[in-house]
Design a protein around this ligand. Structure first.
Ligand code: ZN
Length: 187
């Protein structure tokens, strides 16, 4: 029988706290096949929305309703606020966790482990803060009617792309070109 390795403790979790792994049920991915093609919800959009605490359904696009009409703007307003709320709650949990644990380890080795765990959590918090700032910028663009349009070429970013990446400021073409350019610069 293989020797059991001794259990390691205080290792940081593989997935950062609060980042839920979501799995789409087969029912959710198989949309009924009627209505315009724009009504189909790609998995990326549906799966991001399902990670939100409030669980927001993809926007039901009707016929040829105008892009970024009040109902659509309200939809993204809800998404951005729900996302921000989730991130802020997550940040709160991180802080409380660190406060709870701060005095628990008199042993220097334990403290070292704990410190590396803390630095991981601090990096997570830093990422959350940046994301929250991006969300605030997106909320501002909603107010000034700039939200949903590519800031490079001005075309519509698209409901489904925005549902997958609500802070997107570029259309998929401009984003792709930018990524290729970055790759060329770095490689
Ligand atoms: Zn563009």
């Amino acid at each position: 029988m293989p020797k059991r390795t001794k259990p390691e403790r205080a290792l940081p979790a593989k997935t950062p706290p609060g980042r839920k792994k979501t799995r789409l049920s087969p029912v959710a991915t198989r949309a009924p096949h009627h209505g315009p093609a724009t009504g189909e919800v790609p998995q990326a959009a549906a799966s991001f929305l399902s990670t939100l605490g409030e669980g927001i359904a993809p926007y039901p696009i009707r016929g040829n309703e105008p892009y970024m009409n009040p109902a659509q703007k309200e939809h993204f307003h809800r998404i951005l606020l729900a996302w921000k709320k989730d991130l802020m709650e997550e940040a709160d949990r991180t802080v409380h966790h660190m406060q709870d644990e701060a005095m628990n380890f008199p042993d220097p080795n334990d403290r070292a482990t704990q410190e590396s765990e803390f630095s991981l959590e601090l990096r997570t918090r830093d990422r959350e803060r940046k994301l929250i700032r991006k969300i605030d910028e997106a909320l501002l663009r909603l107010e000034t009617d700039e939200y949903g349009f590519c800031d490079h070429c001005g075309i519509e970013i698209g409901i489904r792309r925005l549902e997958a990446r609500p802070t997107a400021t570029q259309c998929i073409d401009c984003k792709t070109i930018e990524e290729i350019r970055e790759k060329q610069l770095n490689g």
